[in-house]
Ligand binder design. Sequence first.
Ligand SMILES: [Mg+2]
Ligand SMILES: [Zn+2]
Length: 190
Amino acid sequence: MQKGARIAVFVDRDGTICFDKHYLSDPDGLELIPTVAEGIKRLNDAKLPVIVVTNQSGVRRGYFTEETLKAVHDRLRQILASHGAKIDDIFYCPHRPDEGCKCRKPAPGMLMQARDKHGFDLTRSFVIGDRMMDVGMAHAVGAKGILVPEPGDQYNIEKEIRESTTKPDFRADTFMQAVDWILKRLDKRD
Ligand SMILES: [Mg+2]
Ligand SMILES: [Zn+2]
């Protein structure tokens, strides 16, 4: 389809891929959200790189180490592999909000790190996330931002949307709907 086009699909972790357990430090606490494994597999089949971008301030808050975070991510890859799905790379921001880094969402630093490492065209890429900070990060670099609220909606997303200066390009009820929207758009564009 879009061979060599360097379009990527960036995916938030907590609340998008797995249920948000707040500073998760136990690999066994990972719980995939329905349709995520199947959706990632469809992106894999379409040859679209799937890149996780996640705020993990628990590292600098001292709640867990980067080794622990790596163990959680190894477990995530293992669970996805058992469904035939794979993530191509993972970027995380370890900083606390008060550190003023350039990579904590909604800042787009992680997208830029990924672009520099892999050569993606961010303006043609997509971000899937459960919070408006994910949409804001997408729009900061001209990417499309797709909102998929976490089942159970523990963050009152309606309020977040109302109070946000930007709006999602698409709002999906499930991860798979977000994937469908992306694949349909790419079909039309080619
Ligand atoms: Mg999230
Ligand atoms: Zn950071």
